[in-house]
Design a protein around this ligand. Structure first.
Ligand code: ATP
Ligand code: MG
Length: 396
């Protein structure tokens, strides 16, 4: 929908309709908002917290938005620091918890910088709440909670879209996805997580513009990949990524194997486990995730090298090649790459059972490598009972 078609007078939604109770709001966010308002600023909760609470789900975090600039926020909130360049925000720390505080932005051209393809490179153009509402990605993410009145402020019709389970861009989808192609991944993530339908135009543009994902910085792509797979909806997100042809842009080395029955089973079993662990509050590591997603490519590459009769250890060489290729699309930080290689190399160690088993048990990557071994067996590989052997060894 074009922006000029929106009615700009906000709708105020009372607690009897949005059902968010004050006791649901986390203490850190409340305290930040109180400090900012006492200092004379406006401050609200926005985004995922409001959206998920209205749907009756447990929100992941609580984002605060204000008319104070990052520097002003820093002066008011103790233990806070300004981060980011493309998009400056403030992180406020309370114990282990970090709350993100952003400043109202406007989408006017003054402080925005775009690439020749129309991609937004920098957006530090501050504005008021109404302008801020219109620069957000989707209508359902543009709801503001005023915690003193416990009212939700809706400039764009996000509340109605939420009730109808519709994900709709704010403004024209073609423009909004072009200026920040990460919104394509966010749309897929919200669709899968919240079981939404995509508004027709948005759906059409996702197919058309998915190729722009290659313009997104490698670091942002890595962060988004983690959000997609490590937040409890990995199975449905992977299926949606396939439906919308996103895997070829984000996980090109995995894409082809998702069609092979054996590899697909391994990957989806791992994603199922990941979702289960997430809901049980167990730790999830990027290294385990990527060691699974890139495993079929590694096996393939190792096979290729073996057939060439090279002298260098094959898995180690193959892992360097696979990771290098993957990194061209989505750079994995070096320390994570190191763990992935260790998990892979230990797959061989774990098959040479009685040799040095005590040392193997003490290896810092043993647990991940063992879990991987079990996953491989559960997905149909015959590893000569190695999984059982280690399971007994652990409990003895
Ligand atoms: P969750 O935190 O549950 O993943 P969220 O919607 O809160 O979902 P965040 O990344 O925390 O997502 O962002 C907070 C809010 O900032 C969003 O709800 C949205 O309004 C806005 N936002 C985030 N990323 C973008 C983007 N790429 N373009 C426009 N607005 C964005
Ligand atoms: Mg959030």
């Amino acid at each position: 929908m074009a922006l000029d078609q929106y009615n700009k007078r906000p709708e105020i939604i009372k607690i009897s309709h949005h059902h968010i109770e004050s006791k649901q709001i986390d203490k850190a966010a409340k305290s930040i908002i109180n400090q900012l308002t006492e200092a004379g600023f406006e401050a609200f909760i926005v985004g995922g917290f409001v959206r998920d609470s209205i749907l009756g789900l447990k929100p992941k975090d609580c984002d605060v938005v204000t008319n104070a600039t990052p520097e002003e926020i820093k002066n008011v909130i103790p233990r806070s620091r300004v981060i980011g360049r493309r998009f400056k925000i403030v992180h406020a720390r309370a114990g282990k918890k970090i709350t993100e505080i952003s400043t109202f932005r406007s989408s006017s051209q003054r402080e925005t910088k775009r690439s020749h393809k129309g991609i937004l490179l920098r957006d530090n153009n501050y504005g008021n709440i109404e302008e801020d509402a219109f620069r957000r990605d989707f209508t359902i993410n543009s709801l503001y909670l005023d915690i003193t009145k416990m009212e939700v402020i809706d400039f764009i019709g996000g509340f109605k879209d939420l009730q109808n389970n519709i994900l709709r861009s704010i403004g024209e989808s073609s423009l909004r996805l072009t200026e920040d192609p990460v919104r394509i991944l966010r749309a897929i993530r919200f669709k899968a997580k919240l079981n939404l339908s995509l508004e027709t135009e948005l759906e059409k543009e996702i197919f058309k513009l998915a190729y722009l994902l290659k313009e997104v910085s490698s670091g942002r792509r890595y962060e988004e990949t983690l959000k997609m797979f490590l937040t409890g909806n990995a199975v449905s997100i992977m299926s949606e990524m396939q439906n919308y042809n996103i895997t070829e842009h984000l996980l090109p080395l995995t894409k082809g194997y998702l069609r092979a029955k054996k590899d697909r089973r391994l990957i989806f079993n791992a994603l199922k486990n990941t979702d289960k662990r997430f809901h049980q509050n167990k730790t999830l590591t990027p290294s385990f995730l990527f060691s699974v997603l890139l495993w079929p490519a590694l096996i393939n590459k190792t096979g290729e090298l073996n057939s060439k009769k090279e002298k260098i250890p094959k898995v180690s060489k193959a892992s360097n090649i696979v990771l290098r290729r993957h990194n061209e699309h989505c750079f994995i930080p070096n320390r994570i790459q190191k763990s992935i290689k260790e998990i892979w190399e230990m797959q061989i160690m774990l098959l040479r059972i009685p040799e040095k088993s005590k040392m193997t048990l003490k290896h810092k990557r043993f647990r991940a490598a063992y879990d991987f071994l079990i996953l491989r067996e559960k997905s149909g590989e015959n590893l000569g009972g190695a999984g059982d052997w280690w399971t007994k060894k652990i409990s003895s």
